[in-house]
Design a protein around this ligand. Sequence first.
Ligand code: ZN
Ligand code: ZN
Length: 300
Amino acid sequence: MTCPRCGSPEAYPWGKAGRQRYKCKKCGRQYYEPMQAADAPGKLEAAFSDSEIKELLRPRVSFAPASLDFAGEKLKLGIMTDTHIGSRYTDDGVVMSAIEEFNAQNCDAILHSGDISEGMSGRDGHVYELTHVGYARQRDACINLLSNLKAPKKYLISGNHDRWYLSKADMGADIVADIAKGIGAEYLGHDEGDISINGVVIRLWHGEDASSYAVSYRVQKIIESFTGGEKPNMLVCGHTHKSLYMMERNVHAISAGCLQSQSRWMRSKRLAAHRGFWIATLTLGDGEIKRIDPSWYPIY
Ligand SMILES: [Zn+2]
Ligand SMILES: [Zn+2]
């Protein structure tokens, strides 16, 4: 323990408020014991084997790939991501305009690639950026809004924001499981999940990586990380709030943008938000995507 003001190692214990507090014997400065968060991954690695860590991180709900019985050869997908419902930077009207377009176009299935809710990060000031504070209010706001989706099938994965309720303070609350139940959607998993449609595999992906300097670089890296046998036919990425369609290693990839507007945090990191959604029409046959018509609907 060293005093952050004078550097003296001598201190009295000075009460506790979550963490132990100290008072410096020399200069009288009161301070908390430093957070050990940076050591946590190291401790985990020392205490558990790789397979045990994998097991610890394994979600408690079963995440078998969902399959969609689909008779037609054309499949219309409504694609949305990063709605961050509960954030001041998310306008319900904007999310609703995407939902209304999906409904008007009779989408067969809706995909959401995570960060459905804004969550609560615990970052100083984050709570002031919320319209809905707390688990129950954010869950209900998500259900209220997303239950307007009329498509017969809806698929969700969780993003890092959704998982703050799971991991922070070991709360263990899986908000996306509750949202999926509330809107009659299938919950495909944390961060990634597969849907299989007539032999065509569509993978939803979120990730926790920072934004790369080029949108295509990130998507390319994700696709490179798939081994030959486990490549999906299509990849739908969330998280970076960037919009892009590209094809790499025969994977049709859509970086799905976001439905949250530029937030203060994103602006401070000088990250651009591409706000909007996609409607992609796939022509399927022989277990392949024969043709894809991806349409991007920007929202300015
Ligand atoms: Zn996001
Ligand atoms: Zn995210």
